[in-house]
Design a protein around this ligand. Structure first.
Ligand code: GLU
Length: 340
């Protein structure tokens, strides 16, 4: 495996800044306005309670790394965090075990297959491949500190709450609905156990994972959780250090490669930012050193990503200058630095 943490060498960081406050504020409202009429996509129905979500809901929020907040639409409506929880549990586990150990145990490469694929596990000799698919997420949750499932759950809940800057609670209806129907996740956990990839009771791991997916958040919460990852691991509103800057960097790299299911490549190509979506319609995007973006709209594309969330974020990435791959030619009069 490549190793970027060269001992004794400080990592320097270069990110840039957002446009001025009023401009960000008006562009967040403009992005919401532009995409409100879109009716493309369909609400997820494989977890029964999710099928009842109001498809018209649409909230958008940007939280800057200085804690400033910009909102549009229903940014305070709560929904279950679902797969977006995987990003934060991964960060917490990396904080505990370190860069190399987690990369080795869980992996960082895209499977190119659906998030709940059993075939991906079989094709890779039982390796879960990455923490954003269910196999990798279950393997990651199994690594959470705690000697009992209850202690592990408490560590997940308090860890995600620290990212959000408030106590997050489980949506009991979502939890019960998913717990009653998640036979596939139970099968995946059993398979991981058979390959020696988890050493906890597989069904107890599924239970902690199902609770973590049922935590209630809003677009505003997602934006602040994202801003914490954008801010080197310090929550910009509470001032609490939740994880290290190195862990944020690692987590964002994993999101860039795997955050939007099988459409992760297209997302990176179009938006140029690390992100993570969930099947209830949430979408978290992070602009390192600048801001977190939270979007919520329940209609999904075929891979499971919020359609309006992606469009609204694409617009913001462009107009706010967030695409991490974009550059402009150096001003001609400046010349090479050595010649000045
Ligand atoms: N709890 C969901 C599952 O495990 C999360 C799926 C998702 O948001 O991708 O199926």
């Amino acid at each position: 495996m490549l190793e970027s943490n060269v001992e004794g060498v400080e990592q320097s960081v270069s990110t840039g800044t957002l446009p001025e406050w009023e401009r960000v504020d008006s562009l967040v409202v403009a992005s919401h306005e532009r995409n409100r009429a879109c009716r493309d996509g369909a609400v997820a129905d494989y977890i029964p309670v999710l099928a009842r979500a109001d498809p018209e809901l649409f909230g958008l929020c940007v939280v800057e790394v200085d804690g400033g907040v910009h909102v549009a639409g229903q940014a305070d409506v709560e929904f279950s965090i679902q797969s977006i929880s995987k990003a934060f549990v991964y960060a917490l586990v990396c904080e505990e075990y370190g860069h190399a150990a987690v990369a080795d145990l869980v992996g960082v490469n895209n499977t190119g297959l659906a998030f709940n694929s059993v075939m991906a596990i079989e094709l890779n000799d039982g390796h879960p491949m990455n923490p954003m698919v269910n196999a990798g997420a279950l393997a990651t949750t199994a690594l959470m500190p705690g000697s009992t499932p209850d202690e592990q759950w408490k560590a997940v809940q308090s860890g995600l709450s620290a990212f959000a800057g408030r106590a997050l609670e489980v949506d009991e209806e979502v939890y019960q609905s998913e717990a009653a129907t998640n036979t596939r996740n139970r099968a995946i956990a059993g398979l991981l156990e058979s390959y020696g990839r988890i050493d906890r009771h597989p069904q107890q791991v599924v239970d902690v994972y199902t609770r973590q997916c049922s935590l209630r958040v809003s677009a505003r919460d997602l934006a602040l959780m994202g801003a914490t990852l954008a801010d080197g691991g310090v929550n910009p509103v509470t001032g609490q250090r939740v994880v290290s800057a190195d862990v944020c960097r690692d987590t964002l790299a994993v999101l860039a490669a795997n955050g939007l299911y099988e459409r992760s490549g297209e997302w990176l190509f179009e938006i140029g930012l690390p992100g993570k979506s969930g099947v209830s319609g949430g979408l978290l995007t992070v602009s390192p050193g600048k801001a977190g973006i939270g979007a919520f709209s329940p209609r999904l594309d075929r891979a499971g990503n919020s359609v309006r969330g992606q469009q609204a974020t694409a617009y913001l990435s462009r107009v706010l200058g967030l695409n991490i791959f974009a550059s402009q030619a150096c001003a001609p009069q400046a010349g090479p630095a050595g010649a000045r």
